[in-house]
Ligand binder design. Sequence first.
Ligand code: ATP
Ligand code: MG
Length: 280
Amino acid sequence: MPDMARAPAASPTARGTPPQAPAGGGRIGCANVYKWFPGGIVLEDIGLTVEPGQFVCIVGPSGCGKTTLLRMMAGLTEPDHGSIAIGEDVVTGPDPRVAVVFQHFGLFPWKSVYRNVALPLQIARTERSELDRRVTEAIATVGLTGHERKYPAQLSGGMKQRAGLARALAAAPDVLLMDEPFAAVDAQVREVLQEDLLTLRARLRQTIVFITHSIDEAITLGDRIIVMATRPGRIIRDLPVPIGQPRTVSQVRRDPAYAGLREEIWDLLRQHAESRAGDQ
Ligand SMILES: Nc1ncnc2c1ncn2[C@@H]1O[C@H](COP(=O)(O)OP(=O)(O)OP(=O)(O)O)[C@@H](O)[C@H]1O
Ligand SMILES: [Mg+2]
């Protein structure tokens, strides 16, 4: 297992460095990636480079392989062909520079917010005062100061998701991989979390890959949107979001580019769903 305790000190995201994108450390490169499962081919020829500090959203129909792609970036599943690199290093397993935030929070119910956030640092045997500083800072970043001693059952869905995000931030990774992190909360809370993430964005240096089923959410948050189709799962379009940062949810909705981009993505997804139906 890699020495996670020392990784942040050697990493460009270590505290004390100015809040800017890591110089290359957070770049994600997928080249010619294929994945097969017993049911057939799941991902075909995925080529994708995400620049350090970029926020990329991935949208696509259910089953097109979004989670599989994310798991490969995280080193939790191996590609059957091609390769994925984080910075200069080919991914061969979980990497301390990469944190994953899943839909269902992944919090341990018997641990307090503080202890949940501290867990990866404890596993990495981070020194006590360093751990305390990073956990306290991450909890403050997501607005959970004062709730450190609470247990997950005492938190709302939105607060649980913030605690999950704090855990990823405390680990100080270069790359945050988020798989439908807001799908399990109601629409109002979701919008608050989107607003939070947009505000946080200015202070985060991480490269972020964010999977969502919501086209609106992808346009709201992303610098760039990757549209996928299914059977086999593949990238069909790579669209820049021509809306500047910092932004707010309502600014995005009012932006003249918003409606056109939304329609373009809908059309793409519809066309591909129709051509598939036509094949059958
Ligand atoms: N461990 C596995 N073994 C066999 N097949 C799998 C496995 N994991 C995923 N699959 C198949 O791979 C395909 C892609 O799954 P994946 O979960 O990556 O899709 P997704 O795009 O994330 O879908 P959703 O939007 O529903 O989350 C699906 O057909 C799924 O059944
Ligand atoms: Mg999925």
